[in-house]
Each structure stands twice: as C-alpha cells, then as structure tokens.
Design a protein around this ligand. Structure first.
Ligand SMILES: [Ca+2]
Ligand SMILES: [Ca+2]
Ligand SMILES: [Ca+2]
Ligand SMILES: [Ca+2]
Length: 401
C-alpha cells in the first residue's frame, strides 16, 4: 500500500491487477482482473465548535470573551454551540456536548448552574447545542463561573467508553449585577456622647453602611435628613460618612440632638437606608454664675436694733451648667471695708445683718459689700457683684429749739 487511505476522500478504491508473461522473442501476453476495496470510516476528526450568543448573531471568540447573564433572571439560554465534525459517517460525526471537569477549575461540574441541551434542528451536518442556566443566579454569592464544555464524537452512548475525538473550551460566564440590595448601616441606631464647646468643623464620629452590589449599585453616598436645624449643626462627608460639627455645640441650648443619617446607593433607581443618630452633649463648665437681681442690689432696713444674722434676702443667681458646674457659692471680697460692714453674705448667697444697731444719723447710711460668686466646676468660673444696705431714716430725734 502506498499513501494514506482517507474515508473522507474516497469510500471505495477500485484496484486493477495486470499479469504479464516475460518471453524474450514474442510479444508478452497479459491478463487483468479488477476488484473493489471498501474503506471503513475511522473517528479521525475532532468536532469543531462555533459559539454564538443567539442563533442568528455573529460567532464570538469564546477564548477572549465571556458570556454575560444578569442575576435574578429565570433560567435561560446563554450561548449557542454550532458543532460540526468532518468525519463523513454518521457514526463518527454525530457529536455530543456536555459540561465536564476541567483541571484548572475548582467548580464541580455537577454543581455548576448550567446544562447543555441539543436542539432538534440540524443545519446539514451541523448540530446545534445550547448552554442554559439551570437556576436563578445571584451575583452577590457567585459572580463568575468557569464552565468547561467538551464536545466529542462519536456521540452515541454506546461509544462513550471507547476512545473518541473531542474538543473542549472553558467558557467564562459573568453574572451581571442588579441593584437588588439596599445599603445597610452597621448599626440601626447610633448613640454618641460628645462634649459641648467643640471647635467649628471638628470631626465628631463616623457612620458606616455596606452594600454588597457592584459598581454604582454598591457605591454609597451619605447625607443627613434635611432638617434646617440639623443641617446648620452638622455636615456629613458623602463618601466616608464622617460627621462634623459645623458650629460650636452648646449643651445649654440643646442637650439632646437626634437626626437621621441616610445611605443611598448609586443604582438606577437608587436604594437607601436610614440610621437614627442620637447625640447627647456632655457638659463643660462654660457658664459663669450670674446675678439676675436688678442692679444695683440694695436692701433697705430702717434704723434700729436687730438680732444678728437676720437674713435680709438671697441673691437670685443662675449658672446654666449641669451638676457641679452649675452649683456655686458666695463670699465677700475680703478687705478693710468689708470687715466693718454691717452686712455679710453666706456661702448660699443669703445676705445677713452682721451689726445689731443701725443708725442713720451716723454716716455713711449706705454700705456696700463686694461679693464673689464662684461655681464648683473644674476649673471654676466666677463673677463679682456688689450688695448694698441702705439704712432708712426713722424720725427718732426730737427737734431742738
Ligand atoms: Ca445596592
Ligand atoms: Ca446585586
Ligand atoms: Ca458654670
Ligand atoms: Ca455648659
């Protein structure tokens, strides 16, 4: 035999054998006979696969392109395989395709959410298969699959145990994101205690939300509820969620402040979530004790004799701070005048008579007592005031003529 016998080129070979004698003097005599050799087909061609996204679209290079399917969709066809085999006989060209193990893939083919089915239409010798998703896909749990696909011939089940020609591809299926998650704050409620008297623009704290979607669908923009008072107090960094105080916060104006932080994703339409933020301002000693009485403070007493320590009255003083920062005491400023003064002031800011004998005829008839008022904050704040006693004249001297 000389050369290669190929069933695809000739299925039958006709051979003619000629027998010739070899006499030297006479013309040779010859005889011939002809017989046919039938060629049997062998499985010597692998299936060839053309991939298309739809039956009528252009072929795609599956080694460079992934197949894309949106999450949350009902099972559907994601890819068409046009499979042909150059073996001439039906036996060796009737290809079949399946999802198979692939040495570079960690996915168990039995767990891949894909199946391959054969359509009941043939284009000549070309078989058409389709790759289908077998369930609804969730990008947030699995964003990409490697589906190793193998097409082999012969495709009849009885031949699968024997050696066959095959062609395989790794098909990458990317699951496209849908904005199906709303942002979620790591805390439903934020409770913060913050010292009043901050600097303007001071960073307060950070709220944080998560969104498992991809791209814009998972990109969060933070904002605050559009209450003008809240907007005047605070600002929030739209990217980081860091909340800053726009003004110096004052506990004495508003001790409890509540508002919403909002996290909105960039999806179309967007999804959003709210978190309740509750701020309690902690007190600092920033209020000075103040005398509320009308100034100047004057107590009037008729001249005469009195018992010591009689209370003339109590100063009306306020300190808007809290607890010890808002408690205070009074005492007189020690100097030579105050020692001789007929009045004194107690720590509880009550003004008392020190002298027992008041006489308008012995000047001065108006006595002044400088007092300090000091709170118990640390450091403490203090103010000064003056308490006066006016001795009212009584007609106690007879007229002399
Ligand atoms: Ca989202
Ligand atoms: Ca999603
Ligand atoms: Ca105070
Ligand atoms: Ca305060």
């Amino acid at each position: 035999m000389n050369g290669i016998i190929d069933y695809e080129r000739a299925q039958k070979i006709t051979v003619t054998i000629i027998a010739k004698d070899s006499t030297l003097n006479n013309l040779p005599k010859s005889a011939s006979t002809t017989f046919n050799i039938d060629i049997f087909d062998q499985d010597d061609h692998s299936p060839e696969i053309i991939f298309k996204l739809s039956l009528s679209s252009q072929p795609i290079d599956i080694s460079k392109n992934s197949v894309k399917i949106e999450e949350n969709q009902t099972p559907q066809t994601v890819l068409f395989l046009f499979v042909s085999d150059n073996d001439l006989s039906e036996r060796y060209s009737d290809a079949n395709c399946k999802i198979a193990e692939h040495p570079e893939s960690n996915d168990n083919p039995n767990q891949l959410p894909f199946s391959i089915s054969r359509r009941n239409i043939n284009l000549g010798k070309t078989r058409i298969f389709q790759l289908n998703s077998s369930r609804t896909l969730d990008r947030e749990s699995h964003s990409s699959y490697m589906g190793p696909v193998i097409c082999y011939s012969p495709g009849s089940p009885s031949d699968q145990q024997t050696q066959y020609k095959s062609t395989s591809y790794r098909i990458r299926v990317d699951v496209l994101d849908v904005n199906d998650w709303e942002p979620k704050f790591e805390q439903i409620k934020y409770f913060k205690e913050i010292e009043e008297g901050n600097k303007e623009g001071a960073l307060m704290f950070q709220v944080k939300a998560f969104d498992p979607d991809a791209g814009d669908n998972g990109t969060i923009h933070y904002s605050l509820n559009d209450d003008p008072v809240i907007q005047s107090y605070f600002s929030i960094d739209s990217k980081t969620g860091v909340i800053s105080a726009k003004v110096k916060l004052d506990r004495e104006t508003q001790e409890n402040i509540t508002f919403f932080a909002i996290a909105k994703d960039g999806g179309n339409p967007p999804k959003q979530a709210k978190a309740n933020v509750s701020i309690i301002l902690l007190d600092i000693n920033d209020e000075i004790p103040q005398v509320l009485d009308e100034q100047p403070v004057i107590f009037y007493k008729k001249e005469g004799k009195y018992s010591t320590n009689e209370i003339l009255g109590t100063l009306n003083i306020t300190d808007k701070d809290k607890d010890m920062n808002g408690k205070f005491e009074c005492w007189h400023v020690p100097n030579s005048d105050t020692w001789n003064s007929p009045i004194d002031i107690l720590p509880n800011c009550s003004v008392i008579l020190k002298a027992v004998d008041l006489d308008n005829e012995r000047p001065p008839s108006l006595f002044s007592l400088p007092v300090n008022i000091k709170d118990f904050g640390s450091p403490s704040l203090q103010s000064q005031s003056i308490v006066n006693l006016y001795i009212v004249d009584v007609n106690d001297n007879r007229c002399d003529f």
